[in-house]
Design a protein around this ligand. Structure first.
Ligand code: DC
Length: 229
């Protein structure tokens, strides 16, 4: 039976780093579902679609669908094409996209489009999927569910290190405020809010390295594969 590992948690909790490392270690597929919401937000900005209008975003997706392929050898570990081009991390994590993506992701019409697409991708084989509603909605039968949390201070510090490593600069206070705002939107939205799935293993990674979290997730996955929880 294919193994499904769902990793949910707030922004910058380390989900995508950990999910990709777990997938590499286990030799299985990987998808960061946040990238799909980001890709749709990008298409909306490009096509000047109102990000507050759920039905318009659904029509936009029908006209300009996202083409996602799970490909470990690609820079992100998967490829997303839209509007005739492959979208890189620079586009998906641009400040413009980040500013509107929580609004885009909050619409039921958008989730009704993207969740079935994510389930179809998961059906390709054993997979690690990262997001906000993977254990609760997208893959409710996943054998392994992880809720990866971290303090705001730890998340700001990680994001700062990432941005500075790429040669950028950030205002830590502004970043903390932006993370708190996005968390609030993701946790309080009416449709599929961010919350730990029933049976999820809650890991607080504030004082852990990514490698330590990966070890713990893989140990949980091994126990699940042997039939334990
Ligand atoms: O993980 P991220 O920051 O790239 O996610 C971008 C946005 O997409 C975030 O505001 C929450 C939303 N999202 C979601 O609603 N459901 C998912 N499965 C993944 C992301």
């Amino acid at each position: 039976m294919p193994l499904q590992i769902a990793i949910d948690g707030p922004a910058a909790s380390g989900k995508t780093t950990v999910a990709r490392m777990v997938a590499q270690r286990l030799g299985i597929l990987y998808l960061d579902t946040g990238a799909m919401y980001r890709a749709l937000a990008y298409v909306a900005l490009q096509m000047k679609t109102d990000v507050d209008n759920g039905p318009a975003l659904a029509r936009l997706y029908e006209k300009h669908p996202l083409h996602v392929t799970l490909d470990e050898s690609s820079p992100l570990g998967f490829r997303i094409r839209a509007l005739g081009r492959e979208l890189g991390d620079d586009v998906l994590h641009s400040p413009e996209v980040t500013a509107v993506v929580s609004t885009v992701a909050a619409h039921a019409e958008v989730r009704d489009m993207l969740v079935p697409a994510q389930r179809e991708l998961a059906a390709q084989g054993s997979v690690v999927m990262a997001g906000r509603d993977i254990g609760t909605v997208v893959l409710p039968h996943a054998q392994v569910k992880i809720y990866l949390d971290a303090s705001v201070a730890a998340r700001v510090e990680r994001r700062r290190a990432q941005i500075e490593a790429a040669g950028g600069r950030i205002d830590a206070e502004l970043l903390a405020q932006e993370l708190a705002e996005r968390d609030a939107l993701d946790r309080t939205r009416a449709v599929s809010p961010l919350e730990p799935a029933a049976g999820a293993h809650i890991i607080d990674s504030s004082a852990m390295t990514a490698a330590q979290v990966v070890d713990e997730v893989c140990a949980i996955a091994q126990r699940a594969a042997r039939g334990g929880a």
